[in-house]
Design a protein around this ligand. Sequence first.
Ligand code: TYC
Length: 101
Amino acid sequence: MPETVLKPRTRTKPKVERPKLHKVILLNDDFTPRAFVVTVLKGEFRLSEDQAYRVMITAHRKGICVVAVLPRDVAETKATRATDAGKAKGYPLMFTTEPEE
Ligand code: TYC
């Protein structure tokens, strides 16, 4: 009779944790031109014209809008670069980040 081959019944715990994702949030203000917000969203977050317009108008109407959900370092870098793009033009345009629930 052939030898019985048993399948191992132990499981190895995955060793890598998923990096925690962070939301990039766009805040409305009364001064930054709409077209400039759209340009920054397209350039920094690779949104299409349509997506960028929708994000901008949502922030304009509701006060804030989630732009992207990204690994923490990428989210922070992009939020800083996008905020700095406004600052360079003298606009109070503001992007923040927060951990995703
Ligand atoms: N509220 C600005 C205006 O009326 C446009 C704007 C939209 C600014 C979204 C910031 O996150 C923003 N010119």
